[in-house]
Design a protein around this ligand. Structure first.
Ligand SMILES: NC(=O)CC[C@H](N)C(=O)O
Length: 406
């Protein structure tokens, strides 16, 4: 158990010392068993394991609905040390689950030390039914994911340490691949709602949108709050509609622009019902902006293809180049699928590219007012370099309005 590495007692050299019993296990589909100490929900849960390299913002990560169906291992060892608070939640309904199944940590979670802390991470995980394990060699696990790709696994927590390892191995090996899974119904809204909250402004808390120049319909595939806040801040009146809304429902709301949200699962599986709607909206030349899953689905709607990545991109310091300006921005990422730029049709250009691996990070149509990015310009958590994309969307709506008026 790696939590005790460096502790002489853990070397087994001292008389009377007893190896602590594992109270949690992470069992990978290939049969690898990692032992550690349980935290969070006393339960067991299946998921795809991905690693996130962000050093801050674990609460936003754990509440990002795009992680539904996944177990997150943090490469940063000290997670939980600032507790959790009321404000930094990314699910729109603060009490709703983001669908994250589990959390894998190196160090044990300490008492929170931060003026905003309202709860200990352990209690918060329990309340949200997220299973946790600490004391894991997360560097070795990350190296394994880099080598072999993101594995399926079962994470289990039992204070009595009573695990049927063979049964867990079988369960992990039988889990379906993330490719082919539509997980949007697990996390997306089923009712329409308005959004007028703007970002957090110290010391006043969240603000309210003062004026709205543009009417935006946001299609919710698992949207993050800070995206809606930044749309409101950019002067948009935001109406959020369920992922199952038809083009007719959306057009009836008379939008100046349509926003395609982030979300979990395989875009190709989700696209089955979302893509025809997006296609129809594009044909009406409605200004469109997509983020992450929304980007992937815009690509699918114009005839492009997406593919599963080996280890994906999950972190808060990825360099991306905006090819339209040449500028490099440091961005937040969370995706396990990517658009294959070779499949983009002639009426689309690649606008952004990852400087880590050259993968596609953005596109724009040349014959219709639509663009999208793979990364997370809402920066929650993460750097704010890409906030300009919300302005770009507003400018696109202004240009289209001016064209119509002329
Ligand atoms: N953040 C997102 O929207 C993720 C999109 C998609 N589920 C992926 O993993 O690639």
């Amino acid at each position: 158990m790696t939590a005790h590495e460096g502790n002489p007692a853990a070397q087994g050299g001292q008389e009377g010392w007893v190896e602590p019993r594992a109270t949690a296990v992470l069992v990978l589909a290939d049969g690898t068993v990692l032992e550690g100490f349980g935290l969070g929900a006393i339960a067991q849960a299946p998921g795809e394991v991905c690693f996130n390299t962000a050093m801050t913002g674990y609460q936003e990560i754990l509440t990002d609905p795009s992680y539904a169906g996944q177990i997150i291992t943090f490469t940063f060892p000290h997670i939980g040390n600032v507790g959790v608070n009321e404000e930094d939640t990314e699910t729109v309904n603060a009490a709703a689950s983001s669908g994250v199944r589990g959390i894998v940590l190196h160090a044990e979670v300490t008492q929170p030390s931060n003026w905003r802390a309202a709860k200990h991470l352990d209690a918060w995980l329990k309340a949200r039914n997220i299973v946790g394990i600490s004391g894991v060699d997360t560097r070795a696990l990350t190296a394994l994911i880099r080598e072999n790709g993101m594995p399926n696994a079962v994470i289990a927590h039992d204070p009595a340490g009573d695990f049927d390892i063979e049964a867990l191995k079988k369960e992990a090996a039988a889990l379906p691949d993330m490719a082919g899974l539509d997980l949007v119904p697990l996390v997306a809204a089923t009712q329409r709602y308005d959004w007028d909250e703007t970002p957090w402004l110290w010391p006043r808390g969240y603000g309210k949108r003062e004026s709205a120049a543009h009417r935006v319909v946001a299609i919710d595939y698992g949207v993050k709050r800070n995206i809606l806040r930044l749309l409101a801040k950019a002067g948009c009146e935001v109406e959020v509609v369920p992922s199952t809304a038809s083009a007719k429902d959306i057009l009836a709301l008379n939008p100046d622009g349509v926003f395609l949200s982030n979300g979990p699962g395989d875009p190709a599986a989700t696209g089955e019902y979302a893509v025809p709607v997006i296609r129809e909206l594009l044909d009406r030349k409605i200004p469109t902006f997509g983020i992450c899953l929304g980007h992937q689905m815009l690509a699918l709607a114009i005839g492009g293809q997406t593919m599963k990545m080996k280890q994906g991109h999950h972190g808060a310091n990825h360099p991306v180049q905006d090819k339209t300006t040449g500028k490099v921005e440091i961005v937040s990422m969370n995706h396990g699928f990517a658009v294959d730029p070779a499949t983009l049709p002639a009426n689309a250009t690649e606008t952004h590219v990852s400087l880590f691996d050259g993968s596609n990070c953005g596109l724009a149509l040349t014959d219709r007012p639509a663009f999208s990015v793979q990364h997370h310009p809402e920066a929650s958590p993460g750097p704010q370099d890409s906030h300009y994309l919300f302005t770009r969307f507003v400018e696109l709506m202004e240009t289209e309005k001016a064209k119509k008026a002329a």
